[in-house]
Design a protein around this ligand. Structure first.
Ligand code: ABU
Length: 500
């Protein structure tokens, strides 16, 4: 019973050991219960409430902050309720996002990381984590196929930040003066990315003062791959208008279709024009670990920088994202400001291990440990098996949908990644020929089904429109716990909700 105990009785209280132990053990029980439920098919994925309901307080669960301290019993109830009203992203029937699953070793890594509660800026306070980062980054470089003497990188908070780093580095590489004198010292730049690429490329241009309008969007084919000849002509056109092209983003695993741009063709064009080639493999990078699927990223070794998020296809708990850079030292040159209170040059160890000045952040969370621990636990072969399994699930769904008349695939052919995009066609729409009226009706189907799906809570899948395509479902597989029965369940559930 924790109702008479308050946080001040836990460590660092002098006799706080027993209370601390019991409190944390009780918390672990709550977490274990949640983990069990997350993996049980009979449990719901979510218990949805609208924002006003959660704000008003449900069954005593209040978000408001008190003046007087709550007791530990109340805190444990709050922890339970926080999980109860959240979404079980590790549930085998959660298909809503690219990051899914709940890896137990990864979770243990995250617990240890929080317990260590340190910062990645200097070797002096993170000796082990800094060296682990070096080991993991070197492993990732070698998987990409960069020569051993090349390769640098850093873990950063999410793929958008990784992509931002790539634009920042490319600009600095071409115009180092921009670091001190800003954009007024350099000509008007242009960068290139495909119509299906992630919005973070435009965001990076906006944040870095290049301007989102100077991001030239290159057309894709019907599978969502950049058309390389269009890239070439876009570069020529930009040059003829007086812009200075400097950077091309190629995507390996687009967010919606899971498409892989033709990396070698893009690399040829970048080489021809002398441009920085970045590969956004936030989603597709994991496939490099699969002998069967790595061919889809052929040419990635020719990139100057790569984004790769282990928190997506490799199933590492959020967040775990890297920017990998071919040229050693560039990150440091571009970002270092030599804050004297942190990065003293006269320390008693090799200060090149004070990697914090490579970063645009100061404080940096330890994201490497959980990945390192998972890699030890699975080996590269374990990741390969996990990734192959996810792509097999996608193939299973694809073939099931292909055979049905009440579903229509958004693009022809087997998916390259684990994204399967499709429309559900309620009976009425099955007999209507394609027309703007039919599209208008079809556009409303996915959001209607999703609303009911979330209110009932048995599964979760995302939808979106894309270019001229009205709202369609996107199913993605990255959770190793998902099996064929879950895929069958998803289809049945969409039909059930769509028929009502
Ligand atoms: N940064 C891309 C994540 C998008 C998704 O999970 O669908």
């Amino acid at each position: 019973d924790f109702s008479c105990i308050h946080s001040k009785e836990l460590f660092p209280a002098e006799d706080g050991e027993e209370a601390t132990k019991h409190f944390l053990q009780e918390l672990v029980n709550i977490l274990l219960d949640y983990i069990n439920k997350s993996l049980k098919r009979s449990s719901k994925v979510l218990d949805f409430h609208y924002p006003h309901q959660l704000k008003e307080g449900l069954e005593g669960f209040s978000l408001e902050l008190p003046d007087q301290p709550d007791n530990l019993e109340q805190l444990l109830v709050d922890c339970r309720d926080t999980l109860k009203y959240g979404v079980k992203t590790g549930h085998p029937r959660f298909f809503n996002q690219l990051s899914t699953g709940l890896d137990i070793i990864g979770l243990a890594g995250e617990w240890l990381t929080s317990t260590a509660n340190t910062n990645m800026f200097t070797y002096e306070i993170s000796p082990v984590f800094i060296l682990m980062e070096e080991v993991v980054l070197r492993k990732m470089h070698s998987i990409i196929g960069w020569p051993e003497e090349d390769g640098d990188g850093i873990f950063c908070p999410g793929g958008t930040m990784s992509n931002l780093y790539s634009v920042l580095l490319a600009r600095f590489h071409l115009f180092p003066v921009v670091k001190t004198q800003g954009m007024s010292a350099i000509p008007r730049l242009a960068l290139f990315t495909s119509a299906h690429s992630h919005y973070s490329i435009k965001k990076s241009a906006a944040v870095l003062g290049i301007g989102s309008e100077n991001v030239i969007v290159v057309r894709c084919d019907e599978r969502g791959k950049m058309i390389s000849s269009e890239l070439n002509s876009s570069i020529e056109t930009a040059k003829s208008k007086g812009l200075v092209p400097f950077y091309v983003n190629a995507t390996a695993g687009t967010t919606v279709y899971g498409a892989f741009d033709p990396l070698n063709e893009i690399a040829d064009i970048c080489e021809h024009h002398g441009l920085w080639m970045h590969v956004d493999a936030a989603w597709g990078g994991g496939l490099l670990l699969s002998n069967k699927h790595c061919v889809k990223l052929q040419g990635i070794e020719r990139a100057h920088s790569v984004t790769w998020n282990p928190h997506k296809m490799m199933g590492v708990p959020l967040q775990c994202s890297t920017i990998l850079v071919k040229r050693k030292g560039l990150l440091q040159e571009c970002n270092q400001l030599c804050a004297e209170y942190l990065f003293q040059p006269d320390k008693h160890y090799d200060v090149s291990y004070d990697t914090g000045d490579k970063s645009i952040q100061c404080g940096r969370h330890v994201d490497v440990f959980k990945l390192w621990l998972m890699w030890k636990a699975k080996g590269s072969e374990g990741f390969e098996a996990q990734i192959n399994h996810c792509l097999e699930n996608a193939e299973y769904l694809y073939y099931k949908l292909k055979r049905r008349t009440d579903f229509q695939l958004v693009f022809k052919g087997k998916p390259e990644h684990s994204n399967v995009c499709f429309w559900y066609l309620p009976k009425r729409l099955q007999s209507i020929l394609p027309s703007p009226e039919r599209d208008r009706e079809l556009h409303m189907v996915a959001p209607k089904i999703k609303t009911k799906m979330m209110e009932e809570g048995f599964t979760m899948i995302g939808y979106q429109p894309l270019e001229d395509k009205v709202n369609f479902f996107r199913c993605v597989f990255s959770n190793p716990a998902t099996q064929r029965e879950d895929v069958d369940f998803l289809i049945d559930e969409i039909v059930r909700l769509g028929c009502e």
